[in-house]
Design a protein around this ligand. Sequence first.
Ligand code: FAD
Length: 179
Amino acid sequence: AENAQNRQDEVTGKKHLPKGVVLGKDGKPCRSCTSFGAWAQMAKKETTTPATISTTTPPAQATSSLQPPADCPPDVEQLGRSSWTLLHSIAATYPEKPSPQQQTDTRQFLQLFGKMYPCWVCADDFREYMAKGNEPKVSNRAEFARWMCEAHNAVNVKLGKEKFDCNRWDERWRTGWKD
Ligand code: FAD
């Protein structure tokens, strides 16, 4: 069965990629959609067994703790952490009484962010989240912060992570923790 699959893959140009490696829309592995661990696993297989990328895949946990070196392109997790830092920080400095123009700008920013986010699978899901009953709430800072926290929690749930307590959002992203 594996030989047949390999033959089929030769025809289609597809390879057996390690679990977690996400292809980009150009059909090539997408670095910013893939964890560094999965990427390293793929690179290792390509250098050791170039013709037959094997089906033995490490469990997600075995690779997800690996971090890319600081001066390398970001993986999906590093990009995500940096992006959430930016998004929550934007919410933290959002006005308590934004003008109509500021509200429009913020909605547009989020729509464009959802189009340009480098991990395309993440971007697709984020746009879908906003389109399906979760349009950004931008009438004041508290509301925007709550919306951002819930949007982040929706991703946490999708990835099997714990939800963050949005009542503590202010301390995490704006004021610092109370002692
Ligand atoms: P992160 O989730 O990056 O969180 C960083 C810090 O924010 C945490 O340490 C915590 O202190 C705080 N935090 C956590 N949750 C909340 C919250 N709800 N509100 C406020 N603060 C919080 N990765 C994928 O693999 N698949 C995806 O589809 C995907 N979609 C994404 C969509 C968007 C818009 C973004 C910005 C990122 C996405 N990511 C996705 C990346 C993913 O969300 C994480 O950033 C990544 O897995 C690293 O997670 P982390 O555990 O280090 O903490």
